[in-house]
Design a protein around this ligand. Structure first.
Ligand code: AGP
Length: 614
């Protein structure tokens, strides 16, 4: 997804803009650019296809001694990646420059109207239409830039996070957002604008999240002003973040993804801290406790999510049905939002999203709210749009997840879902004291168990080397580990570009077993759980047809060791928490295969960390 940054203050803007863009690289992009208002009032725009490094080289020798500017990393939606389509875009008369994250859905109609008034366009982008619309309104209606932005956005349909600067004004940036994230950092006599707070926290922890339909006037030496598209003053909430720079640095690891995989023993501790009593095992979750009537009166729960969060939701479904005896459904948010789903006021819709900015999930929430359902969020990013757009929720507290492939967020999401199911099941009386104690003790045991799994990383790296040849994989699991198989396959696909499919193990005989041969490895998840014998039979069926099997098995399982070609041992855990344990070696397997194939693990091709467009 595109990333936007802005700065106005007493320091040189260019290094701050470039540093901010680098912190947003994980969002995925194909070109970058900056625009600045020079001390003499001249408006300079520098942009090019490629990474921020290419932009920095391009800037070499250029005038950059400005203290106000905006910057952008572009993830192409309209128009191919090239220098012209890169942002910032500037008006035909060269007087204003703008950066944009989002999609202007009615840009064609607006473009035709502007062309009819003689406006000439350089690029194929929707964003260039908006910057020219702003300039057209400003000049023909004789209003200032902030008012021109407000009037223009009243005519726009779509999603945007924009920042606009103008020739001759070295003090003011106008920013606005609708459905795309934007944070404003308030420093000491300086302001920072960004798509997310991670590129601001090194300068200030005081953050204002601009709301949907709001316009901000960010002016040197003046208090921040925010107003709505209807010209009403908006209230400004300052959030003090407790993020640190070390949270954002690689911490000595070669990639953010490997750092985040290895953080999981600690992030599980952070996730359950204050929620599971280490002495009594008692689970207290305010999101359940404070809304208990809605939870007890729920006709069903419906999870809406995308990607990895959807896999976690499949586990959540089984947790809620087994522990709370409440009907649970899982929907791809992108399908749910267009399907005209039947919803009731006594439904509980649970939106699961690491970034809290996924457009499809946001749209699904809007549908749920329209129907009067109780909407609950399970997010990681504090203050994200989904976190602020739900009735209540639980943060997973795993810290910034920079690697595009979600790892610690997945284990954090499943952990939160298990805590929710325990807390609700106990209140509903659908869980025996023994079951409750077993699962809450299981949660407390997870950090040590994950440390044990991670201590075998080298063996997994060696195993990955053997299978770097493979062009297809199939991942098999049953029950709670069917979603784990899906998640393991997605990890491999998205960072190594090797095709992989997750499948319910029992389904093999209904078709996919025809695929089995020596060229397509099978990763079989065979822990000591209620489906063990059945899954072991599936492994033997694969072996009988010449397939190579990598089995993820309980430590010391000699039966599986005899049958499989390769094994990955994991500690045994209570069945419903097994996915948290098993997913970690699958994350490592995908990581090392991708490394051996020379892939860009943190920024895989075509992918973005947060899919804020539809
Ligand atoms: C997972 O590794 C992917 N990066 C992707 O599938 C991701 O889970 C999906 O885009 C949902 O993102 P969210 O959790 O931030 O909503």
């Amino acid at each position: 997804m595109c990333g936007i940054v802005g700065y106005v203050g007493d320091r040189q803007a260019c290094p701050i803009l470039l540093g901010g863009l680098r912190r947003l690289e994980y969002r995925g992009y194909d070109s970058a650019g900056v625009a600045m208002v020079m001390p003499d009032g001249d408006l300079a725009v520098y942009k090019c296809k490629g990474k921020v490094d290419a932009l920095e080289k391009y800037l070499d020798g250029k005038a950059t001694d400005a203290t106000i500017g905006i910057g952008h990393t572009r993830w192409a939606t309209h128009g191919e990646p090239n220098d012209t389509n890169a942002h910032p875009h500037y008006s035909a008369d060269g007087r204003i420059a703008m950066i944009h994250n989002g999609i202007i859905e009615n840009y064609r109609v607006l473009k035709e109207a502007l062309q009819a008034h003689g406006v000439v366009f350089r690029s194929e982008t929707d964003s260039e239409v908006l910057v020219n619309l702003i300039e057209y309104i400003r000049t023909t209606e004789g209003c200032d830039l902030a008012e021109a932005v407000r009037r223009s956005l009243k005519r726009v349909v779509g999603a945007y996070a924009i920042a606009v600067i103008e020739r001759g004004n070295t003090d003011r940036i106008i920013a606005a957002r609708q459905s795309s994230p934007m944070a404003i950092g308030i420093g000491n006599g300086e302001y920072f604008i960004s798509s997310d707070a991670s590129s601001i926290v090194e300068y200030t922890q005081d953050i204002v999240y601009v709301g949907d339909g709001e316009v901000a006037v960010v002016e040197r030496g003046k208090a921040l002003q925010v107003f709505t598209l209807d010209n009403q003053e908006a209230d400004i909430q300052v959030t003090r973040l407790d993020l640190s720079i070390s949270d954002l640095e690689r911490g000595g690891y070669p990639h953010f993804m490997l750092k985040e995989i290895n953080e999981q023993p600690r992030t599980i501790v952070d996730c359950i801290r204050g929620r599971v009593n280490p002495d009594t095992g008692q689970v207290i979750l305010s999101g359940i406790r404070d809304n208990i009537d809605r939870w007890l009166g729920a006709r069903r729960v419906i999870f809406v999510a995308c990607g990895t969060s959807w896999h976690a939701s499949l586990i959540g479904k089984q947790l809620f049905e087994s522990m709370c005896r409440i009907p649970a459904e899982v929907e791809y948010a992108s399908e749910f939002r267009y399907r005209r789903p039947v919803l009731f006021p006594d439904d509980v819709v649970i939106a699961v999203s690491q970034s809290g900015e996924t457009a499809d999930t946001l749209a699904a929430i809007a549908l749920a709210r329209e129907a009067g359902a109780f909407v609950y969020g399970i997010c990681n990013v504090i203050g994200s749009s989904i976190a602020r757009g739900t009735d209540s929720g639980t943060y997973i507290h795993v810290g910034p997840e920079i690697g595009v492939a979600s790892t610690k967020a997945f284990t954090g999401q499943v952990t939160v879902m298990a805590m929710m199911a325990l807390a609700l099941g106990e209140r509903k009386g659908t869980l025996s004291a023994a079951q409750y104690a077993e699962v809450s003790r299981g949660l407390l045991a997870l950090p040590d168990q994950l440390r044990e799994v991670l201590s075998h990383s080298e063996q997994i790296a060696d195993l990955a080397k053997i299978f770097t040849y493979a062009r297809n994989f199939i991942y098999l699991g049953r029950g709670y580990n069917y979603p784990t198989a899906l998640e393991g396959a997605l990890k491999l696909k998205e960072i190594s570009y090797v095709h992989a499919e997750g499948y319910p193990a029992a389904e093999m005989k209904h078709g996919p077993i025809a695929l089995i041969d020596a060229e397509m490895p099978t990763v079989a998840i065979v822990p000591h759980d209620s489906t063990y014998e059945k899954t072991l039979s599936n492994v033997e069926e694969v072996k009988a047809r010449g397939g190579k099997v990598i089995a993820v098995m309980a430590r010391g399982d000699e039966m599986v060791r005899r049958i499989a070609d390769y094994v990955i041992e994991v500690p045994s855990a209570v069945e419903c928490l097994q996915p948290i344990i098993v997913s970690v070696p699958l994350q490592l397997l995908a990581y090392y295969i991708a490394i051996y194939k020379g892939r860009n693990v943190d920024q895989p091709r075509n992918l973005a960390k947060s899919v804020t467009v539809e």
